[in-house]
Design a protein around this ligand. Sequence first.
Ligand code: ADP
Length: 317
Amino acid sequence: MIEVQELRHLYDGRAALDGVTFDVHPAEIFGLLGPNGSGKTTLFRILSTLMLPSGGRAIIMGCDAAEDPTGLRRHIGVVFQAQSIDIKLTAEENLRHVGHLYGLSGAPLQSRIAEMLARVGLADRAKDRAETFSGGMQRRLELAKGLLHHPSVLLLDEPTTGLDPGARRDLWQYLHILREQERVTVIVTTHLMEEAERCDRLAILSEGKLVALGTPAELKHEIGGDVILLETADPESLARRIHGRYHLDATVIAGKVRLERESGHRFVTDVVEAFPGEIQSISVSKPTLEDVFIHRTGHRFWTEDKNPEEQRAADRK
Ligand code: ADP
């Protein structure tokens, strides 16, 4: 369906993609997850034929992005981060305009427009100008626009940027509906863990490299056990001594000692007794996708101490 093989891209001699390989299966929602600067946009631009890779191959439905970009474009619908609908036009007019670009017209176009507006929950707003829509509705109209010409693959670049949490969840529901009803394969870039959780499979990127590939459950399962965070006055020293005593990988992440361990609840009793008075707080939790990222790269997903809430606030600006 989609094959990405040893894909490389350099900007001014610096690698933004450094040999990335993965396949995407039919009708799956495939996420490209990575922090800012990890190479998502570069990969997205190559898949959508806006840019040629410096090396390797990207093939969609048998068409190579470098050798047959025109052929490839027939198979894809693309929704970019920047708005592409005309807000002065109605929902229907926006879609009619796109239909004409793809050579559709008359009754078949009209019925396809009605079908797509219904799929994205805008059937009753067909005759309203897009400027009267909420951000989430406008984004859904973008989805309808990207899918009007029956592409097999839909490429979405950070589709929920700027939307509030409710509208984000809503958009993801529609994505799942579109996948079921249009049988479309979706590739979506995101830097949000909760969105990545909703994908069937994920490729996690860090500094232009693929660091993990699998379903969210598989990736988290691989950590095996619990993630334990310990707060203490001198985390470096405690991490060294825990390593010495238990032969565990104890790292310091964001000022806390972090360990991965089966039956975390039992281990914490032991560690508190072994280092009396040193540990100020403890948390034991099931691994998240952020833990998968830390496990594979040794560093945090959120740079500049941005947690998801702050990141969202930054996104809205
Ligand atoms: P992401 O979408 O994950 O934030 P990008 O693909 O935009 O990542 O960027 C990957 C790397 O390539 C970053 O180090 C970024 O600074 C660099 N980069 C992106 N676009 C350009 C460009 N046009 N010129 C030079 N460097 C770029």
